[in-house]
Design a protein around this ligand. Structure first.
Ligand SMILES: Nc1ncnc2c1ncn2[C@@H]1O[C@H](COP(=O)(O)OP(=O)(O)OP(=O)(O)O)[C@@H](O)[C@H]1O
Ligand SMILES: [Mg+2]
Length: 242
């Protein structure tokens, strides 16, 4: 692990989250250190999206704390957290389908209104040349793979320090899944800390430094990717071994 006494960029400490009477996250502890790529694995309805919503402040924990750079941000709005460098690529991309690709990208930079965005566009186009070719096309008419590129591009327009990704491989053909993870790796190598939620455990662990496994709202495993890939419990439950 890469802690080395550093302050985590993002943490959950003893977080419990409820939807009404339903207790979803149970004493969840997660630490994500600067520059790491960490994945959160788990089956359907285990609480993965709820974890991301709690990090972003869409949901308030009923107890416990969200910390950014060591500071308790429970009282911060989502916009404050985004200004501080937290950005999410949501489940199913969530593009504005009737707006153009360019307009979707612009929205990613909404907190920097009035600033020139030329460098940001260039960075996105360098990573996704295809997006540049489609700028004036309505986002809803793009292929699934192209929509995923725009969703990642939109997130990069916010100049994130930490990128949260909710199941980036969902609904994509295997070849696109592999491409997608290569791009996520490039984003991480460029200095962005990445926290990626996935059901595709093999793919996520092949690029992440560490992983957490969530089962009905509890972290049941937390280790390096190498150790998780070798863990028999993990292999039986999540990695397709029988
Ligand atoms: N707005 C809500 N109101 C009530 N219950 C909710 C709400 N959102 C999620 N839940 C419940 O919380 C639990 C965890 O949901 P969550 O979306 O976090 O799971 P997930 O791990 O992301 O699943 P998936 O892999 O299917 O996306 C589920 O049982 C879900 O029904
Ligand atoms: Mg989900």
């Amino acid at each position: 692990m890469t802690s080395n006494g550093a302050t985590p960029t993002l943490s959950l400490k003893g977080v419990n989250t409820h939807y009404g009477a339903a207790h979803i996250l149970k004493d969840v502890d997660i630490d994500i250190y600067p520059g790491e790529m960490v994945c959160l694995l788990g089956g359907n309805a285990s609480g993965k999206t709820t974890t991301l919503k709690t990090m972003l402040g869409y949901l308030k924990p009923s107890s416990g704390a969200v910390l950014m750079d060591g500071e308790n941000v429970n009282g911060w709005s989502t916009a404050d957290r985004v200004s501080h460098g937290l950005t999410m690529v949501p489940e199913n991309r969530r593009l504005f389908k009737r707006m153009t690709v360019k307009e979707n990208l612009e929205i990613g930079a909404y907190l920097r209104e009035g600033e020139t965005l030329d460098d940001d566009y260039d960075r996105v186009f360098e990573m996704f040349p295809r997006v540049k070719e489609r700028l004036t096309q309505k986002a809803g008419t793009l292929s699934g793979g192209e929509q995923q590129m725009v969703a990642m591009g939109r997130a990069l327009m916010a100049r994130p320090k930490v990128l949260l990704m909710d199941e980036p491989s969902m609904g994509l053909a295997p070849v696109l899944v592999a491409q997608n993870f290569e791009i996520i790796q490039q984003i991480n190598t460029a200095g962005v800390t990445v926290f990626v939620v996935e059901q595709n455990a093999n793919m996520a662990l092949s690029i992440a430094d560490r992983g957490y496994v969530l089962q009905t709202g509890k972290i049941v495993l937390n280790d390096t990717s190498e150790a998780l890939l070798a863990n028999p419990q993990m292999r039986a439950a999540y990695l397709g071994d029988v």
